[in-house]
Design a protein around this ligand. Sequence first.
Ligand SMILES: [Fe+2]
Ligand SMILES: [Fe+2]
Length: 204
Amino acid sequence: MIGNESYVNCTIPELILSLEKRLNPKRFLHTMGVAQTAAFLAVLHGESREKALTAGLLHDIAKPFSDQELMDFCKREQLPISEAEALAPYLLHGKVGARLARDEFGVKDPEILNAIEFHTTGRPDMSLLEILVFIADYIEPSRDRQQKLNKRRQQAVADPGKALVKILKDTVKYLGQTGAPVDPMTQKTLEWYQAKAAKKNRKE
Ligand SMILES: [Fe+2]
Ligand SMILES: [Fe+2]
């Protein structure tokens, strides 16, 4: 356990060992990167580093599930499946991950569960913890394919709100270029944050 609080039903080293068994080496490396980056950003921006570390460690816990397994899990657990999720079931790995974090790892903190659930699409009006985990997922050190990574890493340090909008924009643009459908929640999140930024600019 680090700090004075633990948000899981085991120690952090035990959690990491169990992740190493469940995730393939590349996903495990990515997970370590997200946890470290989220904790680092939490320290910089005044959020709980224990919560950020825990959410980062667990965010892709359901990533090894196949599309069918994700759909079956949601039906069994009576988790809602949107139209976009039915078409692209991998989007469900956040929602399923949050449920696994709660039921298998004893996470009760709603902020951690939300950060896990919404790390793929984001959502309007996210908490700071959700924003930091979302950003960390994009910029962690083992990422190398995303556009303008160094710029986004600098923005994450200087102004996470700005980094969030840029990452959402990059994601929508990238999906548009590849012809992949944009999840309506990602689009909605981008529009919500752009409107928020415009409002702030008008005030200044
Ligand atoms: Fe993910
Ligand atoms: Fe991830």
